[in-house]
Write a protein of this length. Sequence first.
Length: 388
Amino acid sequence: MPVITNIADLKRIYERRVPRMFFDYAESGSWTEQTFRENTSDFDQIRLRQRVAVDMTGRSTATKMIGEDVSMPVALAPVGFTGMQNADGEMKAAKAAEAFGVPFTLSTMSICSIEDVATVTTKPFWFQVYTLRDSDFMQRLFDRAKAANCSAIVITVDLQIMGQRHKDLKNGLSAPPKFTIKSMANLATKVPWGLEMLGTKRRFFGNIVGHAKGVKDPSSLSSWTAEAFDPALNWDRIAEFRKMWGGKVIIKGILDAEDAKMALKVGADAIIVSNHGGRQLDGAVSSISALPSILDAVGDKIEVHLDSGIRSGQDVLKAMAMGAKGTYIGRAFVYGLGAMGQAGVTKALEVIHRELDITMALCGETSVENLGRQNLLVPKNFGGDWQD
């Protein structure tokens, strides 16, 4: 294995190894990609306070997320098409997460099914669902997740209507993919990736094909995806999903204080401050800049997590010191997965853990649970001083 010192090292290997259409799927945002860029760049505005002559022994990054023990406050976010980044990708990522002691979240739009992931894990994982029209399909999804011993459902609420991602349209990336001459030519250059994909039977959406009404094979998938998402979604419908599941619920896609209050009202166990990695509403604020106002709105009445823009352990520390109780990585683990499979996901987690641990020490803290605004220098107008 080459010397990997940061997440960017994994990204470079990933870009060389994986077909362009799947690299672009991960490494893109909607429209101008302003929000996609600012998700990471806004972390740079926050400075760290160095402290010295502090006993740094006995450090611990361990904490809890929704009551579950985690080795560090980082979960693997739900990412669609993960099994196309590397053969059986969701299964590999889940195994790496379990071994490291952090939560893994499986996407509904995964290549490997809930049942596939359950066969390679021994601890509960989390399952992400969209707000789909078909209540019967949703109930069966919840029942399958329960049978697979999932301990929480993550409801994505910011994808009623698909944001336009220029690269995906140009690459023909859809469900299922529509391969172009250019993308086929690029696929032909990715021999190791192709050989691994030939060696697995899992190449389509395992949670949908054979389970959703009328979707018996990949050719019938496109019509289902065009009609499945519910543009009439409201908070009553989200409350219905919570009752259908009957367990812990995390609501993902909160970017406004008023929506955070509504999530609290419907009884969510946690919310994820997220703009879908900049892939939905371009021009929206970054997740880290939205975090303070949301924390002000809900206080400690609900657990607040942060997604979108995390690329380092320092980003994790900044989010935690701002008041989040957990963070999520999507692209960071996908880079590792595409670059080196399960070992690459492990390496991504190791990199982030090391950065978090060392930065915490140099900030004079020995536990992530003690992190707070005392560890940061935050610009006065961070988050925006917007007109009403």
